[in-house]
Design a protein around this ligand. Structure first.
Ligand SMILES: [Zn+2]
Length: 296
């Protein structure tokens, strides 16, 4: 009897191990949303950062180390976006599966074309984009590229569910394609319109939809606005014309409001990630809301 129980237990435990979900941790919620589209209920997915925060400056907390300790896979944005906060957390987690050289570490920036790549990598003068512009997920055409990369990685780590992941990815990209068509039609009115942003955050979106970025309130990415620079922007806006002021959810709105007051141009607050505002619950919602705010 004892032997029988032990055999049953062994089979049961073995079965559970075989069925155990893989644990995916992402640095930002937009990545987690794409992963969820692909894994459905076959993996647990958690984001380290919340969507309403400045993605460059996430505060490292012990609770984030706990998430990393149990992860089978970490997926990061890369291109320097996590440079100020992620590595100490990974080191503290001491989980060999997710070391930057391990198969459980995936850097999405390696698979997209980065814009604004400097000739030499430098953080001199506080530039927080030393490797080029890291906000590539705000071009909706990069989302299916990212989904493919994630699917390939999941297939390698969890072979038994590969077909399931691939089929979900195909379905996701089909729905994305339909949405792209809808967004492209609505956004066609933006062509040639002039924009000032706070940070170089929406530059991929701006390039995709042929807007014209005439300046940013930050003199350099990561350097707060100052009076002289803002005065200069006001003069450029007055002489060249300005149609939109893009403001993110996490920087002070004061400089953008001042520019709006001086130029009579509307300031539009745009979400940049899932969860940056309550309406944006997933990756589809992110672009739905950006489009709605720009075209209403
Ligand atoms: Zn940035």
């Amino acid at each position: 009897m004892r032997i029988l129980i032990s055999i049953i237990l062994t089979i049961f435990i073995g079965f559970n191990i075989a069925k155990a979900d893989i644990k995916v941790v992402t640095t930002y919620p937009y990545i987690a949303s794409i992963v969820k589209e692909i894994v459905k209920n076959k993996a647990t997915v958690e984001s380290l950062a919340e969507g309403n925060l400045d993605p460059h400056f996430i505060v490292p907390k012990p609770s984030l180390v706990v998430k990393l300790r149990n992860a089978d896979l970490i997926i990061i944005n890369g291109a320097g976006l996590e440079i100020g906060w992620l590595l100490p957390l990974i080191n503290q987690a001491s989980n060999p599966k997710i070391n930057p050289s391990s198969s459980g570490f995936l850097d999405l920036s390696q698979f997209v074309n980065l814009i604004q790549k400097p000739e030499t990598v430098s953080r001199s003068m506080g530039d927080v984009h030393p490797e080029g512009n890291p906000h590539f997920h705000l071009d909706p055409y990069n989302i299916p590229v990212i989904a493919d990369v994630i699917t390939n990685k999941l297939c390698r780590l969890d072979v038994s569910n590969c077909k399931f992941y691939e089929s979900n990815n195909t379905d996701f990209k089909e729905r994305w394609k339909k949405k792209l068509k809808e967004w492209n039609e609505k956004l066609s009115i933006l062509k040639g319109k002039k924009v000032v942003g706070y940070h170089k955050l929406f530059d991929y979106f701006i390039e995709r939809y042929n807007l014209n970025l005439i300046g940013t309130l930050e003199p350099l990415p990561g350097i707060p606005p100052n009076a002289k620079h803002t005065e200069n922007l006001i003069n450029i806006a007055k002489s060249q014309g300005l149609d939109y002021i893009f403001q993110d959810v996490y920087h002070s709105q004061k400089p953008a409001k001042f520019l709006a007051e001086k130029t009579g141009v509307r300031m539009i607050i745009l979400p940049h990630d899932v969860g940056s505002i309550p309406e944006v619950k997933d990756i589809f919602g992110l672009f739905d809301e950006i489009v709605r705010r720009l075209t209403q």
